[in-house]
Design a protein around this ligand. Structure first.
Ligand code: NAI
Length: 338
């Protein structure tokens, strides 16, 4: 289509090539599912990111329009669109970072299991493409249920012989972003000054904010702790209710996805001390995957931090989180062994 042809034309290629040869540092980023509710604002934010030199937008509908629109922004990144599975390999080849948002919403008559199977199949296909075309790329996996899609992606990469656990990162940043915001509200401070570790997974009780480890150091009453924990765990519902059934969190998620992707790119560049929470292969608990703080470097999650001291409320929360997480992880692994 037009935008694609135009962006893949010679002048676009020359710009990208120059940058690779000693120009400003730039990374190649693909967004899969780029024309959706999160994808569109995320594409805009990534086009504004000076660390991005090439931005590939892949999806199964609306890609030409979004690509044309984003490509008119006078920022550095070269934008190219890729529509439909025959263009998947071209979208992925040479990428440093791949952000996965692709999924389908539940349709009338579909059971939860139908929906799971459908979305698990989409993740499988996309990860097979990554294994084929950019096996060294860092993967930011956002498509839900993250607690299951990350194990699915790991199994796909294992089968392909390309699995590097450091490079597969489940994105739980929205939980952290919400936690920082809600805690800042209670403390009456600027949210940019607040750092709340959120561990476990990315659904309901598996989302475990560690309010005893908030920076700057502070303390909460039991009631505050319970209310904050519940609000962080149910942040998605708060948005869905406010949108009155017409949508879910897309704008705050696009912001969170940008924040996480930017941290990964700074790690790739070799910046020191980049630490964020992510759902990764882990030995912090007995579960094969778990979200904790990780240090991001040239190879992805280069160091995985322990949980640190938990109070009694958090220890109880951890047990609940682990119980539910175990089932979700197994569901992902079972999908791949069928
Ligand atoms: P959406 O339905 O608006 O967008 C999904 C996009 O994926 C659509 O453009 C669709 O055409 C595309 N798509 C469908 N099948 C595809 C395929 N086979 N290949 C490539 N693209 C395909 O959904 P939205 O709101 O953008 O959410 C995306 C995902 O992110 C969902 O799974 C959602 O549950 C998840 N999510 C994750 C969060 C997190 O914190 N990790 C927070 C919020 C949402």
């Amino acid at each position: 289509f037009d935008a694609n042809l135009k962006m893949e034309g010679s002048s676009g290629m020359r710009r990208a090539d120059c940058r690779g040869k000693g120009g400003a540092p730039g990374f190649k980023v693909a967004i899969l599912g780029a024309a959706g509710g999160i994808g569109q604002p995320l594409a805009m934010l990534m086009k504004m990111n000076p660390l991005v030199s090439v931005l590939h937008l892949y999806g199964v509908s609306n890609i030409p329009g979004v690509t044309a629109d984003i490509s008119h922004m006078d920022t550095g990144a070269v934008v190219r669109g890729f529509l439909g599975q025959p263009q998947l390999d071209n979208a992925l080849t040479g990428m440093d970072l791949v952000i996965i948002l692709a999924s389908v919403p539940r349709k009338p008559g579909m059971t939860r299991d139908d929906l799971f199977t459908m979305n698990a199949g989409i993740i499988k296909t996309l990860c097979e493409g990554i294994a084929r075309c950019c096996p060294k790329a860092i993967v930011n996996l956002i498509s839900n249920p993250v607690n299951s899609t990350v194990p699915i992606a790991a199994e796909v990469f294992k089968k392909a012989g390309t699995y590097d656990p450091k490079r597969l990162l489940g994105v739980t940043m929205l939980d952290v972003v919400r936690a920082n915001t809600f805690v800042a509200e209670v403390l009456g401070v600027d949210p940019r000054e607040v750092d709340v570790p959120v561990v476990g997974g990315h659904a309901g009780v598996t989302i475990l904010p560690l309010l005893s480890q908030v920076k700057p150091p502070c303390s909460f009453s039991q009631e505050e702790t319970e209310n904050l924990t519940a609000r962080i765990q149910n942040g998605g519902i708060e948005v869905a209710v406010a949108k009155d059934g017409t949508g879910s969190a897309t704008l705050s998620m696009a912001y969170a996805a940008l924040k996480f992707a930017d941290a990964c790119l700074r790690g790739l560049r070799g910046d020191a001390g980049i630490v964020e929470c992510s759902f990764v292969a882990s030995q912090v608990t007995e579960l094969p995957f778990f979200a904790t703080k990780v240090r991001l470097g040239r190879n992805g999650a280069e160091e995985i931090y322990q949980l640190g001291p938990l109070n009694e409320y958090e220890r109880a929360g951890l047990e609940k989180a682990k119980g539910e997480l175990a089932g979700s992880i197994q569901k992902g692994i079972s999908f791949m062994s069928k």
